[in-house]
Write a protein that binds this ligand. Structure first.
Ligand code: NAD
Length: 425
């Protein structure tokens, strides 16, 4: 980068977002069109963006669509999904419709319990450190609960400790987990604060040195399960059912397939997590590490045939989402999405999200085991390609339908069609 394009911009964080945008644009040589686009994208929301992140200059609007047909634990629910990927929402609507005859999705949950880790090292006997920590259970409870009296007031707070000695490349370490009920909060800040408050006391009691103090996103005490039954006639018969089960066995055995199978589940999950202002990275990290916790990376879901020959799907995964904290309460769009969902607790939200993940998985597996994924995908993708080549207004549908009719959803073909349309041929 030449000097003029240096990434150093003195005092950028102190500027107003509008001045910041100008300063960045000048450095990067952005033209008026790009500046206008960035300014316009954040119109009416730039103050919020500025409060949420550092050095804010704009924001990006991701479409929110609504998944219909969902019944979760007997309740009809409309689910907002924020995603830029075509056909994700249509797939959920279709899968949810096909399990309505059997009552939709049935869920259970282990409750909103999170854990933070405190790393203790440098002690001559890590096992002794482990026992010394357990001996202080009552004091630990007091320290943790005093750190977050509000959480305790809402029925949450410290629940337990778990202390492990792990082997590492530099020898054994003692790892303390503080286990906390975080109620309607995702809980990262809540448990991190407790870990930081507790660590100096652990040092005092054990003579070890404390290093890292932070939550684990492998929230294996905050697991939600969803189950649904798809009647044989809704799947397309025994052959499709058996092929879907074979598709599942493939994913469960092979990490190359599992990565994409699970990505499909997360298409649904992350879209609701994002729409409600929750932390998508925390959920993704928890989901993947939970699958791989025993050393093999396989399918997040399970699929089997029931006694009547119907297809049963089960999804069990950590779901650390909140209704309070992070952007959930501050972002008006997230608030509106939570209203749309009609949930009163974080646990209800978590159950809906896992149900959406299962619906998404059903749709993707059924498409893959029958017509292939491209048929449904291409219909919506054709519109994206039309937009990409600059089609506007009615041209978008005209270009997209020609692309589909030709069976060639490609940018070069779209360019030709658009040029022909504009030439009036
Ligand atoms: P927070 O600290 O903003 O809010 C939680 C607090 O709200 C509680 O500690 C409690 O004091 C209060 N509260 C009021 N009413 C409550 C109720 N009904 N239930 C529970 N608590 C109630 O948020 P948080 O959930 O502790 O942290 C979430 C944020 O932390 C997210 O923005 C996330 O991105 C971020 N974060 C994540 C990680 C990670 O995942 N590794 C690490 C650091 C921070």
């Amino acid at each position: 980068m030449s000097d003029a394009r240096s990434s150093r911009i003195e005092g950028l964080h102190k500027m107003t977002p509008a001045d910041r945008l100008q300063a960045v644009a000048a450095k990067a040589g952005l033209g008026n069109e790009a500046i206008a686009s960035l300014a316009q994208a954040a119109e009416g929301r730039i103050e919020l963006a500025d409060r949420l992140v550092e050095n804010a200059i704009s924001s990006i609007a991701i479409p929110i669509g609504v998944a219909t047909n969902m019944i979760v634990d007997g309740r009809e629910v409309l689910v907002p999904m924020a995603t830029e990927e075509s056909s994700v929402i249509a797939a959920v609507c279709n899968a949810a419709k096909r399990c309505r005859p059997t009552g939709g999705f049935f869920t259970s949950s282990s409750g909103p319990v999170m854990a933070a880790q405190i790393q203790l090292l440098g002690a001559s006997d890590p096992e002794q450190v482990r026992l010394k920590v357990y001996e202080r259970l009552d004091e630990i409870r007091t320290i943790c609960n005093e750190t977050d009296p509000l959480l305790v007031k809402f029925g949450g707070g410290f629940r337990d400790i778990e202390v492990r000695v792990i082997e590492t490349a530099e020898g054994p370490m003692t790892i303390v987990h503080i286990i906390v009920d975080t109620r309607d909060a995702m809980g990262a800040n809540a448990v991190n604060s407790m870990a930081e408050a507790l660590a100096p006391r652990l040092v005092e009691w054990t003579g070890a040195r404390s290093l890292l103090r932070i939550l684990t996103n492998l929230a294996d005490r905050r697991v939600v399960r969803a189950r649904a039954v798809w009647p044989l006639e809704e799947i397309g018969g025994e052959e499709v059912r058996d092929d879907m089960i074979s598709a599942y066995h493939f994913a469960d055995a092979d990490p190359y397939r599992a990565a994409t199978h699970n990505k499909g589940i997360m298409n649904g999950v992350s879209a609701v997590v994002l729409a409600t202002g929750n932390d998508t990275r925390a959920i993704e990290a928890g989901a993947h590490s939970f699958v791989a916790r025993n050393g093999h990376y396989g399918s997040m879901s399970r699929w089997e045939e029931d006694a009547d020959g119907n297809l049963v799907g089960i999804l069990e995964m950590p779901m650390a989402v909140g209704l309070i904290g992070g952007a959930t309460k501050i972002h008006p769009t997230a608030q509106a999405c939570l209203k749309l969902l009609g949930v009163e607790t974080a646990d209800q939200l978590a159950r809906i999200i896992v149900s959406i993940g299962l619906a998404q998985n059903f749709a993707a597996m059924r498409a893959l085991a029958t017509t292939g994924i491209q048929k449904g995908h291409m219909a919506l993708h054709a519109q994206n390609v039309a937009l990409l080549v600059g089609a506007t207004g009615d041209e978008i549908d005209q270009v997209a339908s020609e692309l589909k009719a030709l069976g060639k959803v490609r940018q070069d073909v779209a360019e030709e069609i658009l040029a022909r349309l504009r030439a009036g041929k």
